[in-house]
Write a protein that binds this ligand. Structure first.
Ligand code: SF4
Length: 177
């Protein structure tokens, strides 16, 4: 199953790389910008989470320690959270970089792209409001270029994977309840 998933990820990454290339004049993503990993839920399927944890298992002990500490802090924050949707800084983010980059999930790979959703509206990355991706073509809620015509929501992506991916949960819910 792991081999099939790795093959799937490779093909998916190729497609995503092409989308980034096609939209390159509107993209400001660069190493060191971690805005997409600073706040969110990060939906992960079971297979993706297993793959991510394989990456975790290969990290040096000091990095594992930092990630475990991040989870412990999030556990407390989550227990004290009273709202409906708990959003957080990804615990795998260390010094502004993804510590498990090669093993990151499908949603992580789509961070920063604008694409057409099922309901016909455009999913625009939030950094468009901060002068970054697509900011030159997104004004007053209007997206003025053709968006990527593929729904890159995780449920849709997974429809192209013909093996069992398991349940989808926010990343931290796989580790803490
Ligand atoms: S796994 Fe890596 S890329 Fe995905 S949200 Fe966490 S830090 Fe960001």
């Amino acid at each position: 199953m792991q081999n099939n998933y790795e093959k799937f990820i490779k093909q998916f990454q190729k497609k995503i790389d092409n989308y980034f290339e096609e939209n390159s004049e509107y993209i400001y993503c660069h190493q060191g910008c971690s805005a997409c990993c600073e706040i969110g839920e990060y939906p992960f399927s079971w297979v993706e989470m297993n793959y991510l944890m394989e990456g975790f298992s290969k990290l040096p002990e000091n990095r594992k320690y930092i990630i475990k500490e991040n989870f412990s802090k999030l556990k407390i924050e989550k227990e004290n959270f009273k709202g409906e949707r708990f959003e957080y800084r990804c615990p795998f983010l260390i010094d502004g970089l993804c510590s498990v980059y090669s093993y990151r999930g499908l949603t992580c790979r789509t961070h920063g792209l604008a694409y057409l959703k099922k309901d016909g509206t455009v999913n625009v990355p939030f950094c468009a409001n901060n002068g970054l991706n697509y900011s030159s073509v997104f004004k007053d809620g209007i997206f003025s270029i053709e968006p990527i015509k593929e729904n890159l929501n995780i449920d849709e992506i997974l429809k192209n994977y013909n093996e069992e991916m398991g349940e989808i949960r926010p990343l931290i819910n796989w580790i803490i309840n």
